[in-house]
Design a protein around this ligand. Structure first.
Ligand code: NAD
Ligand code: GLY
Length: 361
């Protein structure tokens, strides 16, 4: 087992990474002192792992609430259902909420924990690659609004993240690939050596080789933990973690949640951001080619769907990175080197959204 720490002073917490952790009572010994625990999961994940988790949490009183599966249910209405269960069962401020599932379950369970009685303890047990490398770490919780992705939410750090890598064995290949998009993001924004490693081990990752997956979870969490430790509330460098997301969120919102998985939209969004970086004279053509090549090898979409540029732009305007009415973008100077800027040519942005930024082959 590996243990990393998200350093946030008195709110620091461990990320445990290893095989079989969700069935081991020791995984929860320190992070769940509560005697009343609400496990939030969904109708797909619960049949696979709920009973194992319940056994590991005994003798605490555990209750489970199962949400419908899918991004389209990541709404305030669904969070209200979780809150109803907490109220109906008289859970006190000393209870704990445990999220068992992917990023959708984790974001909603975390938001319910953030607002129930102004905040109760919360533990993430992520079961998708995307959640293990990204969404379970860092304390962003929330739901979508018809007007935009993740517009309603709160920061609420977990007391622990328990990433049981054995759960990835039951994950659909398409979901594994979507998680790899967020992994590529870490190489692009921070670590060119890691990016080169991903190029070498792409096939092993796609085959679900446990050693390769354990390495990417560890390295991704190290990078994310370091950034969150420096900038918890996204006043500065945490925005780099949104590389590809401003474009990707617009794709998700404009196409209606369900057509593309979040990670797929992020993969296409990273290519759009990289194309714009190249068209702006920042990113060398060779680096752009490497990125497109890796995304393609990972079986992720590389072209944008047929959505009018104006519709995408409209969605980008309500992105959380908009400041003073200006859409801020994360762009690349090279693999491993990202920065946030509001200084770019709006014509290039429009061309990027139309799918043909100038000078791009
Ligand atoms: P998801 O939660 O929808 O899970 C993907 C699918 O896999 C679902 O059908 C789920 O039921 C199923 N599943 C989960 N674990 C499984 C397992 N072990 N075996 C078999 N099936 C399993 O999607 P996701 O990709 O995990 O998360 C995407 C969400 O995360 C988006 O809503 C996105 O906005 C959010 N997100 C949040 C943050 C953050 O910082 N909070 C960061 C990135 C993404
Ligand atoms: N996924 C972006 C963040 O956690 O900040």
């Amino acid at each position: 087992m590996d243990t990393l720490t998200v350093e946030l002073g008195s709110r620091s917490y461990p990320i445990l990474i290893g095989q079989g952790l969700l069935g081991d009572p020791r995984s929860f010994a320190e992070s769940v002192p509560a005697s009343d625990v609400l496990i939030v999961s969904n109708t797909t994940v619960a049949p696979l792992y709920l009973s194992t988790l319940e056994a590991a949490l005994r003798p605490r009183r555990t209750l489970a609430t199962l949400l419908p599966d899918g991004e389209s249910y990541k709404t305030l209405d669904t969070v209200a259902r979780i809150l109803d269960v907490l109220v109906a069962n008289r859970f006190g401020r000393d209870c704990a909420v445990v999220a068992l599932g992917g990023g959708v379950v984790g974001d909603m369970a975390g938001f319910a924990a953030a607002v129930y009685q102004r905040g109760v303890a919360f533990v993430q047990v992520p079961t998708t690659l995307l959640a293990q490398v990204d969404s379970a770490v860092g304390g962003k919780t929330g739901v979508n609004h018809p007007g935009g992705k993740n517009l309603i939410g709160a920061f609420h750090q977990p007391a622990a993240v328990v990433a049981d890598t054995a759960t990835l064995a039951t994950l659909a290949p398409r979901e594994l690939r979507a998680g790899l998009a967020e992994v590529v993001k870490y190489g692009l924004i921070r670590d060119s050596v890691f990016f080169a490693w991903l190029e070498q081990r792409a096939e092993a990752l796609l085959a679900g080789e446990p050693e390769a997956l354990a390495h990417v979870i560890r390295r991704s969490c190290q990078i994310k933990a370091a950034i969150v430790g420096q900038d918890e509330r996204e006043h500065g460098e945490r925005a780099l973690l949104n590389f590809g997301h401003t474009f990707g969120h617009a794709l998700e919102s404009a196409t209606g949640y369900g057509r593309w998985l979040h990670g797929e939209a992020v993969g296409a969004g990273m290519i759009m951001a990289a194309r714009m970086s190249h068209a702006s004279g920042l990113l060398p053509q060779a680096d752009l080619r490497r990125l497109v090549g890796l995304i393609e090898r990972l079986g992720l979409p590389v072209s944008i769907p047929d959505v009018p540029a104006a519709a995408l732009l409209e969605h980008m305007r309500i992105d959380k990175k908009v400041l003073g009415g200006r859409i801020r973008l994360v762009l690349l100077r090279g693999i491993g080197s990202a920065f946030v800027t509001a200084e770019y040519d709006p014509i290039l942005l429009r061309h990027t959204l139309e799918g043909h930024p100038a000078g791009i082959s």
